[in-house]
Design a protein around this ligand. Structure first.
Ligand code: ZN
Length: 242
């Protein structure tokens, strides 16, 4: 079984389409939130995600901000501008879709949360200390998260006090052993200095996590951002993957 794992699409349809082409046919898609914010294609991105087979999707902090469930003033000025732009651009139908997204989901042996199992919408899992604490906040063998835009694996085996951390090598397969928290990286705005779109294919039958990167036409997206009047800094960062 092939399950496409995507996160932090950030309204970048060109990156998302490159990911879908590279992934090939999949049986299901699990999306870890932040479908919108930063990028120029919020409606196109949501429509594409909605068309994917056996979709499971949770809400991210940018999605919640666009819905006014989070105070926009908690974002930095440029992210705030992009959220306000998205609020104006988004169709009623897509607003309704975002509104129905849960904060956390448990599917078989996997828990999905945008930020962390402990604080699904907001917490950033950026270090082993925070990751260690989070292993007590979900019951399943595996936790899949997004939010930091950084591909990473945290593992905690029986008897271990502190979680281990490793950064997977792009385009490799990992056989998962309990228990791990994994981040597939960001489709639409990678921040690990690799500008290629990031995603994973998970096979629950063999417990394999295939971590992938794919190049896409960044300039095309930057041109659309420029004509939409989106912040310059967000346009620039796509080229460097920061
Ligand atoms: Zn994000």
């Amino acid at each position: 079984m092939r399950i496409l794992i995507i996160s932090d699409l950030h309204a970048n349809i060109t990156a998302l389409d490159a990911v879908l082409a590279e992934a090939g046919p999949v049986d299901a898609c699990w999306c870890l939130g932040d479908l919108v914010g930063y990028g120029p294609d919020p409606n196109e991105c949501i429509a594409r995600v909605r068309s994917l087979p056996n979709l499971k999707c949770i809400i991210g902090n940018h999605d919640a901000a666009v819905l006014k469930q989070i105070d926009v003033d908690t974002f930095n000025p440029e992210a705030r501008l992009a959220i306000i732009w998205t609020q104006k651009a988004l169709s009623d139908n897509n607003v309704a879709f975002l509104r129905l997204l849960p904060e956390k989901l448990e599917i078989g042996q996997v828990t999905l949360a945008h930020g962390s199992p402990r604080h699904p919408v907001w917490e950033y899992l950026l270090d082993t200390r925070t990751a260690t604490l989070n292993f007590s906040y979900f019951e399943t063998l595996y936790g899949f998260v997004g939010h930091t835009h950084l591909p990473v694996l945290y593992s905690l085996t029986d008897g271990q006090n502190v979680a281990g951390m490793s950064i997977p090598v792009p385009n490799t397969r990992l056989v998962l052993s309990p228990r791990v928290i994994l981040n597939p990286g960001s489709v639409g705005q990678p921040r690990d200095r690799d500008p290629r779109a990031s995603f994973a294919i998970y096979d629950p039958d063999s417990n394999v996590w295939e971590y992938r990167r794919v190049a896409y036409d960044i300039r095309q997206v930057q041109e659309r951002m420029l004509s939409a009047g989106l912040p310059e800094r967000h346009i620039q960062r796509l080229s460097g993957g920061w």
